[in-house]
Design a protein around this ligand. Structure first.
Ligand code: T3D
Length: 260
């Protein structure tokens, strides 16, 4: 695995740490390839039941590496990089049948912010901030930004964030529902791991079904969504984990879920 992406597995959680702290973890080809490869193998790894994505140093991710972009002479076809790295990565994150916690430990800018939005639960430390920096350099939000942002915070806020490129503090991001929770900087790493480990102990098949249903809801009408919920619930209703969950409740003990 590349040094630009640190990987570790703890308490059933695959911890992925973007590791270019001197560049605020800006995304170059190496880190993007490593991220894509990391998400390729995750679905099949039974011992990994949740993912935690975070950054090393004082930043989460400053978006595309602008130094690398300017390595090549204009005119540049940015679509090539987007097709090769960003779009597959966002699709893999959304399709992964396991929960992804994005732990934003500092600035999240441009595609760095939008990578966080592609996760399932976004948390931040108090000194984190968020900016759709694209407009400052003459680009539009990519890596799913125009899709996720309005769904998370509403059209008005999404349009203003994209067009003005202003920076939101962690507290503002929490207030508008962009992040689930914020934590003090000193306890953030521990809280993030605790949350991901908590998810890793929950019923994996139910979490996978939730992701499937919530992903589908963005394109479904109510009838199709109700049918999908019924079909998925039918599948969950015959799992050993459902039996265990009900038995554990009745026996007043914590359930032990096995993903079966
Ligand atoms: O083909 C494609 O890849 C297309 C896809 C595009 C997707 C995008 O993400 S476009 C948006 C790209 N990102 C940006 O425009 C953000 C650029 N960075 C900033 O605006 C600021 O650095 C921040 C607001 C993120 C943080 O500001 P601050 O003051 O906390 O830190 P800083 O001093 O600006 O940055 C620290 C270092 O990181 C600095 O290097 P130095 O001077 O210490 O040697 C800076 O150059 C470097 N850095 C920050 N962002 C990037 C970067 N280096 C390369 N690429 C960056 N994106």
């Amino acid at each position: 695995m590349s040094e630009t992406l640190l990987t570790d597995t703890r308490h059933g959680v695959r911890v992925l740490t973007l590791n270019r702290p001197d560049r605020l973890n800006a995304l170059n080809g190496d880190i993007l390839a490593a991220l894509n490869a990391a998400f390729d193998s995750l679905a099949a790894e039974d011992d990994v039941r949740a993912v935690l994505l975070t950054g090393a140093g004082r930043g989460f991710c400053a978006g595309a590496d602008l130094m690398q972009i300017t390595d090549s002479a204009p005119p540049r076809d940015l679509g090539i990089i987007i097709d090769k790295f960003y779009n597959p990565l966002v699709r893999k994150m959304r399709a992964l049948p396991k929960p992804i916690v994005c732990a934003v430990n500092g600035v999240a800018a441009g595609a760095g912010m939008n990578l966080a939005l592609a996760g399932d639960i976004i948390i931040a430390n108090r000194s984190a901030n968020f900016t759709q920096a694209f407009v400052r350099i003459g680009l539009l939000p990519d890596a799913g930004g125009t899709y996720f942002l309005p769904r998370l915070v509403g059209e008005a806020r999404a349009r203003a964030m994209a067009m003005l490129g202003e920076t939101l503090s962690a507290a503002q991001a929490e207030q508008i529902g962009l992040v689930w929770k914020i934590f003090d900087d000193e306890v953030f790493a521990a809280e993030a791991l605790t949350m991901a480990a908590n998810l890793a102990a929950k019923p994996p098949l139910a979490l996978a079904a939730m992701k499937q249903a919530l992903n589908a809801a963005a394109g479904n009408g109510l009838d199709a969504q109700l049918d999908l919920e019924r079909d998925l619930q039918r599948e969950l209703g015959v799992t050993a984990d459902f039996e265990e969950g009900v038995r554990a409740f009745l026996e007043k003990r914590p359930a032990v879920f096995k993903g079966k």
